[in-house]
Design a protein around this ligand. Structure first.
Ligand SMILES: [Zn+2]
Length: 745
């Protein structure tokens, strides 16, 4: 008995949150809204330091005050130099990658951060409080409550406001069971030169270190730099934990959505009492249960700009701790507005966030929709049934294999279906547009499906639905394609502004093959992280270009690639568009002031990268590489480095850069399109590389002809500036053809 009671005591002392039992998310959130600086924990400090990953913070001289504990834990502190004449503090950060240093420099003017600051606010769920307290004890610093009155006035409202902005991860951190070394550290720093900015360390994130701030217009978060610390082990993505997803959704006449999601989830060791999920901010969770028992729900009130990267948008709080590894049956009831009417039909806004999700997903979906009878609805999954009763249409679909995503679309559709080999294809066209529906579309769909299936593999789905979206883009969900409503119309019937050679090729020849290709690239082979997002897009683009070559010949492809080159070289705000960031920055490039930078770099430079890889490997080896990707990465997502390793096994003998490390460094992890000039110097040549950074380096395939007239590729590793070239056999050399290599001359 003694042993037991002693154990009980240890548990209650060390884990007060769980022992309290009745602690709720609402109570914790309320405590955060009243958080304040604590007069008894205010110190005059010297030479304290906080090191997180590659972030180093030195509190050289100033006043440090902890905030009142929340749920028994110290979670915040403020620092200021204002009360000390010799006050100083400093934050240091040097990103490990060149591209991250360049990104930081583009926002701050310097590739490394070395900023003195006069104030800082720290919020944490890690060992920060313990570390600082131990540093204070070692230096025998006594509390200085006299400093407190000068601090408290302006500080408390700021502290409360920032805590409210990151309420979901904060509340989660006090209900979960994370080890202290996996907690987060978040600092809002008032820099002397840079003004206010955020520094975040989140050890369990794909990129634990990030730095940035809300843009001056208050609309976006500018991510200055994001990376894994130099000493961090490789990131291992959590496995998919959700399975057997069932959604029953009702779309009401006012287009609002009311849904119940049922699924099973495996609890992680760190979950403790809380499960966090993401959901569109346009949807409100009404109630939720775990294994049939209603549980507390805590959802953020509105979307935030500055927040911790991998945090969810709502929490489900269990009265007791969840057992790691055990499966729980979850039900979430939610409603809101994610559909709107447009001039030509209906638009689903939150196409990927209309149901709760967490982490990477790979689950079967069983979807039932109820909508007004006059509407038609289509979704991911093979059709199970569809019927109309009392003015309500009910559509039931089910996926036969696990999928990462599920989408739906709806409209006043006319449907035409046809069988193509092992597939059934349904075309959904808005009734109003059906009269001008381009009959070439069905033929193109059939041909594309045929070509891709023959080239790669049969899809694990049988039914493919193509449905319109009111916009100049498409999107490829498992079994469901959103295709721009412009592509539905014959070129001659399109609005005049959209009728030129370039846009005709885009809407008529490229968009549909691109979206169909996503059934393989995106739905079978999935990206491991945001840095690999370009790969599935570029694969879809490359596939569409291959199809274009098939129907219109290689000259049509060369014209498209040339237009991509021109767009990459365009000047935006006095800088070349391509220099905004490497392809692996992915969606981070969307932030660039509404310009099409992200799109051009991801899709167009991405297509060029694969074009150059195709040139290196040869068409046959490139096809084999794609087959291997489909085999090896159907069950787990692919990263850039996975792709590099696999592609390197297809590099033909005799080529440089067998590992493709330089190729990836030059084209995927860095920026730069070189200007190449080749000049003869006696029997040798000079290859001049300009228009790129000093540290740019690239393998250039020169076409050389020997004295006996034999053509061969002569690879030259060229750096920025002048490069000496001695051609084999003293023959003549020329630069690669403009459709083979991304350069200017
Ligand atoms: Zn795409």
């Amino acid at each position: 008995m003694k042993v037991h009671s002693a154990l009980f005591c240890v548990l209650t002392c060390c884990v007060p949150v769980y022992a309290a039992g009745q602690r709720t998310a609402a109570k914790i959130a309320e405590a955060f809204s009243n958080i304040a600086v604590d007069p008894h924990q205010t110190y005059r400090v010297r030479d304290l330091q906080i090191v997180r990953g590659d972030i180093k913070i030195y509190l050289t001289d100033g006043v440090l005050a902890f905030a009142t504990p929340v749920a028994g834990r110290a979670v915040a502190a403020v620092f200021t130099t204002a009360l000390s004449e010799t006050g100083d503090a400093e934050v240091l950060l040097l990103p490990p990658q060149r591209s991250e240093r360049a990104s930081l420099a583009s926002f701050t003017g310097s590739p490394n951060l070395d900023e003195h600051f006069s104030s800082a606010l720290f919020i944490f769920s890690d060992a920060t409080a313990r570390e600082l307290e131990s540093e204070l004890q070692q230096t025998a610093i006594q509390p200085a409550p006299g400093m407190f009155p000068q601090l408290t006035g302006p500080v408390d409202p700021v502290l409360r406001s920032i805590c409210t902005q990151i309420d979901v991860p904060l509340v989660e951190s006090l209900l979960d069971n994370h080890p202290l070394d996996q907690g987060f550290f978040y600092a809002v720093i008032g820099g002397r030169h840079l003004g206010s900015f955020d520094v975040t360390y989140q050890p369990d994130d794909f990129e634990p270190v990030s730095i940035g701030r809300v843009s001056p217009d208050g609309k976006r978060f500018q991510l200055w730099s994001s990376f894994r610390p130099r000493l961090a082990p490789p990131f291992i993505a959590p496995p998919a934990e959700i399975s057997n997803y069932r959604i029953e959704a009702t779309i009401l006449p006012d287009l609002s959505l009311s849904a119940t999601a049922n699924f099973s989830v495996e609890a992680r060791p760190g979950d403790g009492r809380v499960l966090s999920f993401n959901l569109s901010d346009h949807l409100q969770v009404q109630s939720a249960s775990i294994n049939g028992e209603p549980v507390e729900v805590y959802q953020r009130a509105s979307p935030r700009l500055a927040e911790l990267k991998s945090s969810g948008t709502f929490l489900m709080v269990s009265p007791t701790a969840l057992q790691p590894g055990a499966r729980y049956q979850i039900q979430v009831r939610y409603r809101g507005s994610v559909i709107r009417q447009t001039q030509t039909g209906y638009f689903v806004d939150d196409r990927t966030t209309w149901y709760p999700f967490r982490g990477p997903m790979l689950t079967t979906f069983d979807l039932t929709f109820h909508c007004p009878e006059q509407l038609h609805l289509v979704s991911t999954g093979e059709p199970v049934s569809e019927n109309v009763a009392e003015g309500i249409r009910t559509v039931h679909r089910k996926t036969q294999v696990p999928e990462a995503l599920a989408g739906f679309n709806l409209g006043d559709y006319r449907i035409s279906g046809f069988d193509q080999g092992r597939y059934h294809v349904d075309f959904y066209a808005e009734e109003s547009a059906a009269r001008v529906l381009d009959p070439a579309l069905q033929k193109e769909t059939a041909e594309v499906l045929n070509q891709y299936t023959h080239l790669w593999s049969a899809l694990p789905i049988h039914c493919l639905s193509v449905s319109p979206i009111d916009g100049y883009f498409g999107q490829g969900f498992p079994g469901l394609i959103y295709l721009s409503n412009i592509s539905y119309i014959r070129p001659a019937d399109r609005p005049a502004a959209l009728r030129n050679d370039r846009l005709n090729v885009f809407f008529s020849d490229l968009l549909l093959p691109h979206e169909i290709a996503h059934q393989w690239w995106g739905n079978i082979v999935r990206q491991a992280d945001y840095r690999t997002g370009w790969l599935t897009e570029a694969m879809a683009d490359d596939s569409a270009l291959q199809f274009l070559a098939h129907i219109k010949g290689t000259t049509a492809v060369d014209t498209v690639l040339d237009s991509y080159r021109h767009e990459l070289l365009e000047s935006v705000n006095g800088k070349r568009l391509e220099s905004a960031g490497p392809v692996d920055f992915g969606q981070r490039l969307i932030d660039t002031a509404g310009l099409p930078v992200w799109h051009v770099i991801t899709y167009e430079k991405g297509a060029w990268v694969l074009r150059m890889l195709r040139e290196r490997l040869g068409d046959d080896a490139f096809d084999k590489l794609q087959l291997r990707m489909l085999q090896d990465f159907a069950a787990r997502p692919i990263s850039n480095e996975d792709f590099r390793r696999l592609a390197s096994s297809f590099v033909p003998p005799g080529q440089p850069d067998k590992s493709l490390e330089l190729f990836f460094d030059t084209w995927i992890y860095s920026t730069g399109i070189p200007k190449l000039t080749l000049r003869r110097k006696g029997r040798d040549f000079n290859l001049d590389v300009s228009g790129v950074d000093d540290d740019f380096s690239v393998d250039v395939p020169l076409h050389c002809r020997s004295a006996s007239g034999k053509d061969q590729i002569h690879w030259v590793r060229a750096v920025s500036g002048s490069n000496f070239v001695r051609p084999p056999y003293g023959g003549a050399c020329r630069l690669p053809a403009p459709d083979e290599f991304l350069y200017t001359s």
